[in-house]
Design a binder for this molecule. Structure first.
Ligand code: BTN
Length: 246
């Protein structure tokens, strides 16, 4: 992987989406740019979902990795950001509560605390992170169970300090893996996630099945033994839910 340090920090008060902002301004921005916004008016998630948060209570930011990236790298880069977010959350929340969920979520006590959206554009990747930091009232009901750093830690982190720590954790993780091939990142994420043999329900396109997780492939797909047929199946889109309670 190319070595990269995120050191060009932009702060906006409001924007539609920090991912869309980087996409729009990409030609004038250098690799290693991070944009934060106090609020987002049209935050986007995976599979055309929306992403909610509240002004100055949530972190909304996007990271720009320019040039030399292929479409398949977006998911590999997502894995690096989720490792970094876990590392950050460990400063506030006990390890046993934090879980990485394929492909782009970080859960706390089984509830979503962070979502990551990586998008490939041209030969660049834009990775957006939404983190629920302080408790907030969503405008619309959030469909899946969710939580905040405040409610999991019992303290109210200072948002400015939290953002600085996030960048530090991201830079540490990218430095640690700068000599690693991007194709090896999924297996590193898999070990960090500790999900071997967990039983999951999968909804991928029109298909749904249950089975046990075996590994990730080098493209970031999740390899699962279908418990009905005994066959190994790789999934690249869709959602999983853990059926066992670990
Ligand atoms: C998901 O869980 O589906 C991904 C959510 C990603 C949300 C973040 S918030 C900052 C950045 N800007 C966006 O519009 N989305 C990402």
């Amino acid at each position: 992987m190319r070595s990269i340090t995120f050191n060009n920090i932009l702060e906006l008060k409001t924007v539609d989406s920090t991912n869309s902002y980087l996409k729009k301004h990409i030609s004038g921005l250098k690799t290693g740019t991070v944009v934060f916004s106090g609020e987002q008016t049209s935050g986007r998630g995976r599979m055309n979902r929306n992403w909610q948060g509240e002004k100055d209570k949530s972190v909304f930011c996007s990271f720009l990795l320019k040039e030399m990236y292929e479409p398949i790298d977006a998911v590999r880069i997502t894995f690096l950001f989720s490792i970094a977010v876990r590392f950050l959350l460990l400063k506030y929340i006990p390890n046993s509560k934090i879980k990485l969920k394929w492909p782009n979520d970080v859960l706390c006590s089984g509830k979503k605390i962070c979502g990551i959206l990586s998008e490939h554009t041209g030969d660049s990747v834009i990775s957006g992170i939404g983190l629920n930091v302080l408790n907030f009232d969503p405008e619309k009901e959030i469909e899946q169970p969710w939580t905040t750093v405040e409610s999991e830690s019992g303290s109210r982190p200072d948002i400015a300090g939290f953002k600085i720590s996030l960048i530090e954790c991201v830079n540490q993780v990218f430095e640690r893996y700068c000599t690693t091939e991007l194709s090896d990142i999924p297996s590193i994420w898999f070990r960090e996630a500790g999900i071997l043999n967990r039983r999951v329900s999968v909804v991928s396109g029109k298909e749904s099945f249950s089975g046990k997780i075996r590994m990730t492939d080098s493209n970031g797909g999740l390899v699962i033994t279908d418990e009905r047929t005994g066959e190994l199946r790789s999934i690249y889109t869709g959602d999983i839910n853990y059926d066992d309670k670990l």
